[in-house]
Design a protein around this ligand. Structure first.
Ligand code: 13P
Length: 194
């Protein structure tokens, strides 16, 4: 096995592990959510309609940076959103789109996550962007999302969910977990009258 095959296998196994973790943590349900990992001048992304809890190597699709399929079946309908992030931020290696309960609740109410409530969130998430509604899986959603992110590492999608990214898969996952935890703290604080 040559070096590029080894790194490709590594990327795929990290991607599959991340999907299962997100499902176990209940950050996605049914076939919601999609995850991708950059691999040189291409990305691996989950196929459309995949349950992240039951992914197998056959659930992955390889795309070039323009969205053309290089290997596999039909990519996630959100591939444009993933590619928009990789193309805007060259250092980003992983993108995670989920529908976690608390963050999605705030997204439905068009209420930004107040990260200043929590030291870790302020430090590792910074400002979480909040993109106005567009239908899931459309070019419009990718365009609106990327327009609203500047220095952010995460973005709420109105009436839809959350997307985070990182220089490693671990970082992108951590930001998803932290955004959801911070959203819960926001909701608890609000219920106590803060
Ligand atoms: P896909 O099954 O096409 O990845 O779509 C799931 C989703 O969460 C859409 O936002």
């Amino acid at each position: 096995m040559d070096k590029s095959e080894r790194s490709e296998n590594l990327v795929k196994s990290e991607l599959l592990r991340a999907c299962k973790l997100l499902y176990r943590q209940k950050l996605v349900y049914a076939t919601a959510g999609n995850v991708s990992h950059r691999c040189g001048d291409s990305i691996f992304i989950t196929a459309t309609g995949t349950s992240l809890g039951y992914v197998t190597p056959d659930s992955l699709v390889r795309l070039d940076m323009d969205g053309n399929v290089l290997e596999g079946g039909r990519p996630s309908s959100e591939y444009r959103m993933h590619l928009a992030i990789y193309n805007k931020f060259p250092k980003i290696k992983a993108v995670v789109h989920t529908h976690p309960t608390a963050a999605t609740t705030l997204a439905c109410l068009q209420t930004p996550i107040k990260t200043t409530l929590l030291a870790e969130a302020e430090l590792f998430l910074g400002e979480v962007a909040c993109a106005p509604y567009a239908d899931p899986g459309t070019a419009e959603l990718a365009e609106k999302m990327i327009y609203y992110v500047h220095g952010s590492n995460a973005c709420l999608l109105e009436s839809h969910g959350l997307v985070t990214w990182g220089a490693t898969m671990k970082e992108a996952l951590y930001r998803t977990e932290l955004a959801e935890f911070t959203a819960k703290i926001n909701i608890n604080a609000k219920s106590l009258g803060y």
